[in-house]
Unconditional design. Sequence first.
Length: 576
Amino acid sequence: MVAENIFLQISLVVIVGVVVTGILRLMKQPMIIGYILTGILVSPYFLNLTGSDDGSIAIFAKIGVAMLLFMVGINLDPKLIKKVGGVAFFTGIGQIIFTFVIGFFIGKALGFSIIASAYIAIAVSFSSTIIIMKLLSDKNETESLYGRISIGFLIVQDFVAMIILIIISSFAKSNSEGIVFLLAKTLVGGAGLILALVICGIFILPSVTKFMAKSQELLLLFSLGWAFAVASLFYYFNFSIEIGALLAGITLSLSPYRYEINSRVKPIRDFFILIFFIYLGTQMSFGNIMEYKIAIIVFSLLILVGNPLIVMVIMGGLGYTKRNSFLAGLTVAQISEFSFIVVALGVSLGHISPEILGIMTAIGLVTMGLCCYLVLYSSKIYPKLSRYLSIFERKGIKVDEGKYHQDKDYDVILFGYNRIGYSLLAPFKRTGKNFLVVDYNPETIISLAKQGIDSRYGDASDLELLDELNLRKAKMVISTIPELEANALLIERVKIVNKNAIIIVISHQIDEAIKLYEEGADYVITPHFLGGEHTAALIDKHGFKKKNFVEEGMKNIKELYRRREEGHEHPIHHSD
């Protein structure tokens, strides 16, 4: 009977989730907003689909959070920290320190105890890697400079949160020993477990995953089994299950098969995100909201406004442009899944009252919901605030300006180098015309600069950059970025200053391609249709002569190897 009840509960909440997210999808709203609304709707205060006993949902939520952190771990590339330099470390640590101090004094001013203020301050100091990675992935901006920096300092924050959880977990152990000795023993024990996992990840797991990778199903089962095994191991040694799951993912991230593992596990990510928000809905208390509404509003403002300002100040001080500082700052405008884990652990240890968890739940739902809109529409928000953000920008040359060209007029300006843009360089060189390549991937720009190609770091949706490039003198402007809004903006700006320029853009969708023609594009590249036309041309040329197709295939193979050496990929929804 219990099993049937659990099945019925999960079935009902998933059905509600499908309906709500489906409606929001039609309204072109973020999917995460649908998950948040579902969590609120199925809570005891509305549809009450979780029942008075939410133990089953809590169990699923526990597993869900652990699996989400496992997926975060798989995506945590330690090499990323090196790629973005010290900015990830200083921004991540700096934001934690400033937010904690401010949050602690706000808590005291609002009448909370020292311990409660400390827990709240810790909770509001961390931001969600899961949500930001999903949002950046949806925007195809994980490889942009601000995207890399954001993910970098969120990784730093995850490691700090992990250490804090280990320290707090030590209080759950026997109090017969001195607190200093107990903390030291806990940290040493945790470090020992982590070291053992790292050694295993470097020397053992690669061989194991190589064997498992012979079967995709076996690789998936092994990955999930590894996650549960490591999480259980940490639980056995009185550490958090979530820490174990995160570290299980990190060790697998060292495997050469991390991408295959991630692609297999990723489809279940959204289900666990849904379960996570449903659990938050069960923790919501309208009594707490009304009683602590001032605290909820103040701490929400600290997170939504204060955290981005702190990041902008730090990144501006490190020499980054106000645009990258602003875009990265918006990614910390919500609290983390670790925030709930820390507060829940404090409640279970008796350090704080359950009301604090209710307060953090309300803050989490508010900030996570609003942050989705801030991040998704950041490129539209920035131009409206740009003039006021100069105070966060250090004067002089910026470390992220990425300007590898002279201040001169260019005949051709190409936005987006990867894949299609790469193919266009040869005809540009043959024409003898001056051309400039603009790309948001800093590694691409550095590589082009080493080849002696004029290049510039930037985004086609950056109005300030478009104004600086002097589009008035360009004979041709090409965008290989398959984003409707960015291309429409580019067309609009070019048409305003230079009606004679040839404008070529790209689109993967028929309706969007027609829309771009209506906006004023001279030619819209449609890769899938052009691929079919190319194949048709080969058939017309070679007929049914197998030898000729083999020769064409060999040419293609050589080109593919060269492309792979250049670091090109061909995912469905990324820029070309």
